[in-house]
Design a protein around this ligand. Structure first.
Ligand code: ATP
Ligand code: MG
Length: 550
């Protein structure tokens, strides 16, 4: 069945139900509400639902849970489909909408009324709250609870026909106002909503509640395992109640709950993400700092990395927070064997080699993948009189433990010889603007400098102009409470507009990735006039681990 995959409690339940003959095959569904873009939490659910269908040779439906006309939009319907496909999954011809079932849901509601399991209630929203009771006190029966079913039916039909205002009345289940589970205290099934729906237009003036729509939609589609997050555990009795009272034929779907993904240093709720977008804290739903699938894609993360991450975090029955490092590690592990290494200097400092002939270009053959040079081939580096090095690799006044370049010191140029800094020319503000160096193929072995560091470089003249966008975590607080002003990381985006990439990469295509040595994995988002725009997908190591240990 699925021997090669890590097992989990959901798979154990599936195995059990297949073995007992409760179900003959596996049908799952991924049921997003089209009220925002998918995020990495949804990816966990996508991987789980589509993954089960794949491994058990069953089916997974994509169903839009579009029962709330006020918040939903076709933009979201389109983006969700794109994201699921991009993650590598297919629903084939099983694309459904809860709104496809509005008539059927309406008929089911009438059936419950006729069987005496539902009634039209005219309490105001405020009264409903008062009657509901609390966790410690039972609720009270609505005065409308025992009206004859014929009266409820008549009113329900009038609700459908638009004869009442929003909030004037609603249809509710007749279950138990004293139930310890608040969801069972005569929950709402249908309510009046005079809004235009993105698919059904103005056809409906009443809309089913999520809890009612969900179980019936699952049952209509022949879903066997209705997998949802833990907060729905207390809704399961209602899920089962509705199908039972409708005498839905067996086998009915089985709801199974798992822990939602909480990822540190970011927000995971569509409502809060929408706020970040609307209030322009970020630059749209695909701003590479967001945890949305669209953002991760734009940043340069691969679908394989996201699937790897989801597989590694697994599914559990208890809520927990996952450190961002887990996602970063999965991204690195995915990219490491796949992408070529190259040199780019993002914050350039000019080096002039005094003992180098003006026009001489030395070609140096260097492997794109040093660990396995044959696999990705070689390119020529061009060493010239003027090169750029990273500003950070030079220090006028080097602190202890600094093994890179400083006045009088020597450093090795990656794949090449050694330079010694003879003089640092400064600008008006005392910042280095040019280093005068000498070059030698062998180290001079300067006294007091045991181990010259190795730094990356690019030739000044022929390199490709690059704008690099360095992304960092969106929130400083690992578990953001939503206080945006205080908790957002002011340096979540740092732009390096004057970068340079070694010239051999001139035919790199948009959408390709490279590892810039020592700087991280980068993704070429577009080639613009002023320079190629690279997004940093992830750094080479976890820079926050150090901070935490301090
Ligand atoms: P949000 O709070 O972000 O709006 P939601 O649960 O309301 O999330 P839906 O569109 O209703 O969003 O979710 C579709 C599916 O994705 C559901 O089955 C839900 O359980 C699952 N899901 C949503 N968020 C997460 C998460 N953080 N981890 C795992 N699964 C999730
Ligand atoms: Mg929801």
């Amino acid at each position: 069945m699925s021997e090669d995959r890590p097992t989990n409690f959901i798979r154990a339940l599936v195995d059990e139900d297949l073995a007992s003959g409760r179900y003959a095959q596996v049908t799952t569904r991924f049921p997003p509400e089209p009220n925002g873009y998918l995020h990495i939490g949804h990816a966990k659910s996508v991987c789980l639902n589509f993954g089960l269908a794949r491994d058990y040779k069953g089916f997974c439906n994509l169903r839009f849970d579009d029962t709330n006309p006020v918040k939903e939009d076709v933009e979201y319907v389109d983006s969700i489909q794109e994201d699921v496909k991009w993650l590598g999954f297919s629903w084939d011809d099983r694309l459904y909408y809860a709104s496809d079932y509005f008539e059927r849901l309406y008929q089911c509601a009438e059936e419950l009324i006729k069987k005496g399991h539902a009634y039209v209630c005219q309490l105001s929203p405020e009264e409903v709250r008062q009657y509901r009771g609390t966790l410690t006190e039972p609720g009270r029966d609505s005065p409308y609870r025992d009206r004859p079913w014929e009266e409820s039916l008549e009113l329900f039909r009038q609700m459908r026909a638009g004869q009442f205002a929003e909030g004037e009345m609603f249809l509710r289940a007749k279950i138990d106002m004293a139930s310890p589970n608040l969801n069972m205290r005569d929950p709402a099934l249908f309510r009046i909503r005079k809004a235009t729906h993105h698919r059904t237009g103005d056809q409906w003036l009443i809309y089913p509640m999520y809890d009612f729509a969900h179980c019936v939609s699952d049952a209509i589609e022949g879903v066997t395992f209705s997998i949802c997050t833990l907060e729905f555990e207390d809704h399961r009795p209602l899920y089962d109640w509705a199908l039972e009272k409708l005498d839905w034929p067996e086998p009915r779907p089985r709801q199974i709950e798992f822990a939602r993904l909480n990822l540190e240093a970011t927000l995971m709720s569509k409502r809060k993400l929408l706020l970040l977008v609307k209030e322009k804290y970020v630059d749209g739903w695909d701003d590479p700092r967001l945890p949305t699938i669209a953002a991760l894609r734009r940043r340069g993360v691969t679908p394989e990395a996201i699937r790897l991450f989801c597989e590694r975090i697994g599914v559990a029955k208890k809520d927990s927070w996952i450190e961002l490092e887990w996602l970063e590690k999965a991204i690195r592990d995915d990219l490491n064997p796949k992408v070529r290494r190259a040199m780019a200097v993002l914050d350039p400092l000019t080096v002039t080699i005094v003992n180098w002939p003006d026009d001489e270009v030395k070609l140096i053959s260097a492997p794109y993948f040093p660990d396995e040079p044959e696999r990705m081939g070689f390119r020529d580096l061009r060493l010239t009189k003027n090169i750029f090095i990273e500003r950070e690799d030079f220090s006028l006044d080097p602190p202890a433990g600094f093994f890179r370049l400083a006045p009088g010191r020597e450093v090795r140029l990656r794949w090449s010889g050694y330079i010694q800094c003879l003089e640092a020319k400064l600008d008006g503000e005392g910042r280095p603007k040019e280093l005068i160096c000498s070059y030698s193929d062998e180290p001079k072995g300067l006294t007091g400098q045991k181990r010259p560091g190795i730094i990356h470089w690019v030739p000044a003249a022929s390199s490709i102009k690059v704008e690099a966008r360095l992304y960092d975590r969106l929130f400083l607080n690992p578990r953001p409470t939503g206080d945006l002003e205080k908790e957002m990381n002011p340096n979540s985006l740092v732009v390096r507009p004057n970068g340079h990439l070694e010239p051999a990469l001139f035919d790199l295509k948009v959408g390709e990735r490279l590892q810039f040595e020592r700087l991280g994995y980068f993704y070429l988002e577009k080639k613009s006039e002023s320079g190629w725009i690279f997004n940093r997908v992830v750094t080479l190591k976890d820079s926050w681990a150090k901070v935490k240990k301090k």
